[in-house]
Write a protein of this length. Structure first.
Length: 122
């Protein structure tokens, strides 16, 4: 019987990645937990011409943080109905967990695609 992959995230493995590139990708994901969109934006603007590997990770982290911001705004509006409080807490923990998963994948030279991320930066 054939097994199917129902996962929404696709992963791309890179080869010949330098340790500096790997360090930058790890930093962009882990720092996004603490500094919102700024690590992704800064690293993308600085490294987009030097390394496509780092640029892809930075774009992915940036898109996820922008998407989270949109979801947080929706959650704030829904707080008037008391439903948004639960949504806000779920988003908070999802951000931490998914950024850690992306960091581990970056350490393994894999481009992690965040689920529920709106791809605004292409």
């Amino acid at each position: 019987m054939e097994q199917q992959n129902f996962s929404q995230s696709s992963e791309t493995r890179y080869t010949n990645v330098s340790s500096d590139e790997r360090t930058m990708t790890i930093l962009v994901h882990i720092l996004s937990i603490f500094f919102w969109i700024f690590p992704g934006l800064i690293i993308y603007l600085l490294k987009k011409d030097e390394s496509s590997y780092v640029a892809e990770h930075a774009k992915e982290a940036l898109n996820f943080q922008i998407s989270l911001t949109i979801f947080y705004v929706i959650s704030a509006v829904l707080m008037l109905l008391l439903v948004g409080i639960l949504f806000f807490v779920i988003l908070y923990f999802a951000n931490i967990i998914l950024c850690i998963i992306a960091t581990v994948k970056a350490n393994d030279n894999i481009l992690y695609r965040y689920p529920f991320s709106i791809r605004l930066v292409k």
